[in-house]
Design a protein around this ligand. Structure first.
Ligand SMILES: [Zn+2]
Length: 277
């Protein structure tokens, strides 16, 4: 009797241990599964509609993670041109294909009235921030330059955008004026007659609205231009962002503030996301 009882106790203990182990394995599997799903939902998802599908919670108790910003279409390429360069090149180039009118290849731009920062340095700083913000949002991003010591004409910059078949060619500049009270963010867009007039104007409007919503940034409109070499040689939608006036003390100091510049570029990036939809 004692032997059989001992066997029963052993058997019962064995069953309890087995049940406990099964519970542990099952519980662990559940946890692993949750982590993997969480990681998947944290990945940038390229197709907007799939974002909802991927993160649709099957179980409300699962941890929710912050969603990435609305994602652009797949393979949406942005070419960013940080305007100007350290040394101007005054050799001439046609302002448009087939045009007899010429302009200097590239200038060194304006400079800050109180910071003395050259425009070509500011546009590169802004370009590198915008590259980072757009890459994070899933765009393919190409910069026409990553250094100040380059020699790339405005026509050549447009041709780089054409070669990359850019979905949008964004040119970054800051303005200068004889009147130091003139200030504010504005956008230049190709005038009617440009082969990409409609798409460029649409992008300009959407990006302008995104910046205008930001109460901390002064905005003063969109201008149509037919005299800009970098527009006229572009076969892709394009626009030129004038981030502010470096000849205005407030704009100049704001643009040299890394937080202000990042905020402005974040607004621009959100505008690009909206345009890409
Ligand atoms: Zn400029």
């Amino acid at each position: 009797m004692r032997g059989r009882r001992k066997k029963s106790i052993l058997l019962a203990s064995f069953i309890v241990v087995c049940l406990f182990l099964s519970f542990l394995i099952f519980h662990n599997a559940l946890e692993t599964n949750q982590v993997e799903e969480g990681q998947v939902s944290a990945q940038p998802v390229l197709e907007g509609d799939q974002t909802k599908k991927t993160v649709a919670p099957e179980n409300e108790a699962k941890p929710k993670r912050a969603l990435p910003s609305p994602s652009p279409k797949k393979n949406f390429t942005i070419v960013i041109d940080p305007g100007h360069q350290h040394h101007a090149n005054n050799d001439q180039e046609p302002v448009a294909p087939g045009s007899k009118e010429t302009k200097g290849k590239v200038s060194s731009g304006t400079s800050g009235i109180s910071t003395a920062k050259p425009e070509y340095e500011l546009t590169l700083e802004a370009g590198l921030i915008l590259e980072e913000l757009l890459s994070e949002r899933g765009f393919e991003v190409v910069l026409t330059r990553k250094e100040n010591e380059v020699d790339i004409s405005n026509k050549e910059r447009a041709e780089m955008a054409n070669e990359h078949q850019a979905d949008l060619f964004i040119r970054l500049h800051a303005d200068g004026s004889d009147d130091s009270t003139v200030k504010g963010f504005h956008i230049l867009t190709p005038a009617e007659g440009h082969p990409m007039f409609n798409q460029s104007f649409e992008a300009s409007k959407v990006i302008f609205s995104a910046v205008q919503r930001d109460q901390s940034i002064d905005t003063n409109g969109i201008s149509f231009r037919s005299d800009i070499t970098g527009f006229n040689w572009s076969k892709v939608p394009t626009l030129l962002i004038e981030m502010g006036f470096m000849t205005n003390q407030e704009d100049d100091q704001n643009l040299s503030d890394p937080n202000y510049l990042r905020k402005l570029m974040t607004d621009v990036a959100e505008g690009v996301v909206a345009y890409s939809k």
